[in-house]
Design a protein around this ligand. Sequence first.
Ligand SMILES: Cc1cc2nc3c(=O)[nH]c(=O)nc-3n(C[C@H](O)[C@H](O)[C@H](O)COP(=O)(O)OP(=O)(O)OC[C@H]3O[C@@H](n4cnc5c(N)ncnc54)[C@H](O)[C@@H]3O)c2cc1C
Length: 407
Amino acid sequence: MRTFDLVRNRERLYHELLADPEVEEVRRSVQSFAERHIYPRAHEIAVTAESVAAFPSGEFGAMAAEGLFRIPFARASGGTGLARPALATIAVIEELAYFSNSIAAIYDVHCILSGHALEAGGGDIADRVLPELIDGRAVVSFATSEPGASSDLSPAALGVVAEPSGDGWRLSGTKRWITNSPVANWIIALARTGQNTTLFLVDTRAPGVRIGAPDKKMGNHAQLTADVTFDDVEVASANLVGSEGAGLRIALRALTYGRIGIGSAGVGMAQRAFDEAVGRLRDRAVFGKPLATYQHWQFTFASHAMAIDSARNLCAKAASRLDAGERPEPEAAMAKISGTSAAVDLARDAVQVFGGYGFASYVEGDQAFYPIEAIYRDAKIGEIYEGANEIQRWLIAREIFGRELVG
Ligand SMILES: Cc1cc2nc3c(=O)[nH]c(=O)nc-3n(C[C@H](O)[C@H](O)[C@H](O)COP(=O)(O)OP(=O)(O)OC[C@H]3O[C@@H](n4cnc5c(N)ncnc54)[C@H](O)[C@@H]3O)c2cc1C
């Protein structure tokens, strides 16, 4: 098995002030887990085209067995019961994304979006389904986006509609881009119910549920997405996540937590691109001297070090506010923008530092794998999903000017 021997600059440059020893222990153990279980398969995961067979079920099972799915949850829900679960969860995501943004995204959707929505909804379905989610028996998807609605999730924009039917509901319409759906056991779907929206827990084996083939994407190949169509699917009232009409509120709370996770995944990718590029700048000579002796790269990477530090701090601050029971804005929006922008900026400059080797995933003459092109492809989606970064700027502007002026 290949061992990971790159210098981790986080350990040298980042001075942890916000995490407690419990969170730091989680980070250390996830680093070790990711080096053993994700790193050896990361290249294959990054370059293999989307298919149901390509879902990284081995890594999913390993994360469950390691207890990583328990970390976000309270002991009463079957979780680890950490004092600062959100702070620990974003450390998990950062360390997974260091090797594979697909794996981090699978974790984010399964645990944060789906898990948090179930936990917030509470009641009997949380008691039934959270244990399956936490021990990895079930894969759970979270579906708000549609072909015609995603940034805007207001009732009028939604095409998936639920009508009362007997003592339950009948769902119709199509969701799009639903992560993990080709392998999911359950889908939590946002539907219009009259003037409001409601979240429904749908069994993927229920009659009328159709899940399309995985979409073909620029990156994050192992994060399988697909259309999910509901053709008059009967859903029992017992499968409402939270109460009727509470859908958007619960979904937006889950997405607020999720966006801190996406910011942290950005930090993880940015840190990996940074570590790879710094190593290359030291080792690679042009015109008789190491690239690191050129002031252009010194200043460029000084700026990148600041961006990573600042993004990681914002993620930690937002997660700390969540752990304190506060509404974590504007930090969550700032964390998402900072982390995802850092990832895109770092990946672009790391490709440049590596030159031709940054553009290649495998060089025949050297029989060597190169990871930067995959980070470049994977990083971009962070700026788009779980609320495009323009939406995050809108949220920050709301905090500055108020809803009366911003809307
Ligand atoms: C790999 C992947 C995984 C995904 N996983 C899921 C999932 O599991 N569940 C789910 O429900 N959805 C998922 N999505 C959907 C994702 O969240 C949406 O693609 C995203 O929210 C953007 O929506 P859209 O693609 O419809 O773009 P649109 O809503 O059409 O927006 C397009 C662009 O318009 C700009 N924009 C939007 N609003 C504003 C504004 N107010 N001001 C200025 N500019 C604006 C932004 O630049 C945005 O990128 C996933 C998507 C991808 C690609």
